[in-house]
Write a protein that binds this ligand. Sequence first.
Ligand SMILES: NC(=O)c1ccc[n+]([C@@H]2O[C@H](COP(=O)([O-])OP(=O)(O)OC[C@H]3O[C@@H](n4cnc5c(N)ncnc54)[C@H](OP(=O)(O)O)[C@@H]3O)[C@@H](O)[C@H]2O)c1
Length: 229
Amino acid sequence: MSTALITGASRGLGLEAARRLAEQGWTVLAGCREPASLAIPDGTDIRPIALDVTDDASVAAAVKEVQDAVETLDVLVNNAGIAGAEREIAPADTTAEDLRAVYETNVLGPVRVTHAFLPLLRRGTHPRLVMVSSSLGSLQDMNAGRWERYPHLAYPSSKAALNMISVLYAKTLADVVVTVVNPGWTATNLNAFQGTQTLAEGTDAIVAAVTDTTGPSGRFLDRDGEIPW
Ligand SMILES: NC(=O)c1ccc[n+]([C@@H]2O[C@H](COP(=O)([O-])OP(=O)(O)OC[C@H]3O[C@@H](n4cnc5c(N)ncnc54)[C@H](OP(=O)(O)O)[C@@H]3O)[C@@H](O)[C@H]2O)c1
């Protein structure tokens, strides 16, 4: 049976992706900061794993727990992310400190988790790494006008960094299919449920990337196909 670890699976897109994959018969390790409070749908093989992506010790403990539970991992989904409190601050007024929490979660988190889980992942079948990014991280889209919808430094630049990190993983990890996904603007806690897509629509690209064993590696996709970096 295929196994996937999803970070930030306590709610929103991560929980819905876990639910959809488990419904298809996957064993899903659901990374959560508070695993005891995870609501697991009946009849699904969703196993809560304590995992704070900003904490080395938590990630190391999660590796051991996953290894003991399933031995190998087929897919790692770096989904945990935050918008940050700086969203109302103009670039000119943003301090380095305003970026710290968002970068800790959205940039250092995926690197910490990927580095720690790569050995387990490489023992999986057709190993895949899925990075949950955003069109706000697209330099091309932001330059073309999207910046007017979100003229703030932390979140877009964190996702742009994640995109570059993902390109470099794709270029250098010959045995892993790396896919970067943009869920689209989906009603979750991240945007105070203002997003216009449903959770089902928002997880289409994530589920497609998880279940695609062939690649090619190094693409940036939304639910309709390839999008610009
Ligand atoms: N919703 C959208 O419109 C949209 C669009 C583009 C991209 N995205 C991306 O999609 C991903 C999921 O976001 P969402 O919309 O589902 O938001 P959400 O409902 O706020 O969920 C975010 C998840 O990340 C977890 N998380 C936050 N910090 C964490 C940490 N340090 N360690 C582990 N988990 C942590 C949260 O866990 P807790 O419950 O413990 O806080 C929660 O499970 C994010 O990467 C986001 O940037 C979302």
